[in-house]
Ligand binder design. Sequence first.
Ligand code: PLP
Length: 438
Amino acid sequence: MRQRSFVWHPYTQMSEWDSFPEIVRGDGFWLVDSNGNRYLDGVASMWCNVWGHSKKELVSAISTQSKKIVHSSLFNLTNDQAETLAERLVSVSPGMSRVFYSDNGSTAMEIAFKAAIQYWQNIGQKDKTTFMTLQNGYHGDTFGTMSVGFVPAFFAKFRKNLYKTVQIPFENSYRVRGDYDDYLSQTLENIERQLSKNNNIAAFVMESGAQIAGGVNIYQKNFQSKIGRMCKKHGVLFILDEIATGFGRLGSLVEYVAQGSRPDIVAFGKMLTAGYLPMAATLVTKKIYDSFLSDYYNMKHLYHGHTFTGNTLACAVANRNLEMYKKTGIISKANKTTRHLGSRLGEVAALDGVGDIRHKGMLVAIELVSDKAKKTPMSFTKSANKTVFDEARRHGLYLRTLGNIVMLVPPLAISEKEADFLMDGTIKTIRNVVRRAR
Ligand SMILES: *Cc1c(COP(=O)(O)O)cnc(C)c1O
């Protein structure tokens, strides 16, 4: 444990923490701290780790590439790794034609927004500048992404600085009173109505497969594809955020394919580099891309680029990651582990304080409530996150909550044995934190 620290931690009330476990190395699915404590990485190091830490093949891709060149720019140049990766991404993403690189998910979404707005300008429709979204979506922490993915608990303080969007009310099955299928039909009717009413909508933006950071809301079958079809009908672009759900988190390599939908723009991040280096990608269809082509003086090209756009090292590790997906059949293996995880959720549901469990693929959300009938979120002396984290550590787990929701988001490649360790530790953790909160 470090006595003096100069680090300010993300989404953290620093006064709650005397110190943080200091991770000094990874060992497969385990994080090892400076005191030699081992923690199973139950949140895949913020939902991005695929194969565990220090995986030989990925480390070797990084070291091999670093001996050639670490970073070369896409300004006026290209590089072999960025080219190979773009070709691979396009080949697994039906309908997509070009790849724009950035270094994190938030900027990948900003690029999607800028490309959408400029697309309409490029084709002479200057009024289409507003985004329509579902409430409780999350797209990142920059001002543009906070505007579109407005999670009130996170961003209320910045409200005045955010731009206007059309937000469609949307809640998860646990919070909705009455019949959920009716609620979803009404939501879809509302979207249709809003799309007919507003002729200034540039794009409808939503997370693909599930909303996660805004409270874990896993879509019912056909919900996403129906929205996509309405967008097409009303001439509105359909932007999907696959940053958390792409690359197998919910059981499919490309989630929009599983959802039967076809976006105009899609963003990938998190597991793209297996969680080894920061990188994200925004993919667009040929229709979008072609609208940016013209003589230079028409100024139709995209005014966007980052210093590390197309970073060679990050592309190299992403390339190796995608090769490994193909070679190992990891997604069907993960789907087996998923079934095993699922088979143990009954034990969790039976615990005192567990109000709801939402599960798909390698994602489990366990909502803690003080009153199962009233669904009151459980509160603790400290934040739920700090409370759960401290208890989980005692059981050899690294966990993080979203408010009162315990998130299990393990690396895709964990074994059933490790999945059991995760479930056993989670059950003990919940039992103890709930008992103390009573
Ligand atoms: C994490 C996440 C982002 C933002 O990515 P960062 O790399 O953290 O900026 C955007 N959208 C979704 C759905 C995410 O889960």
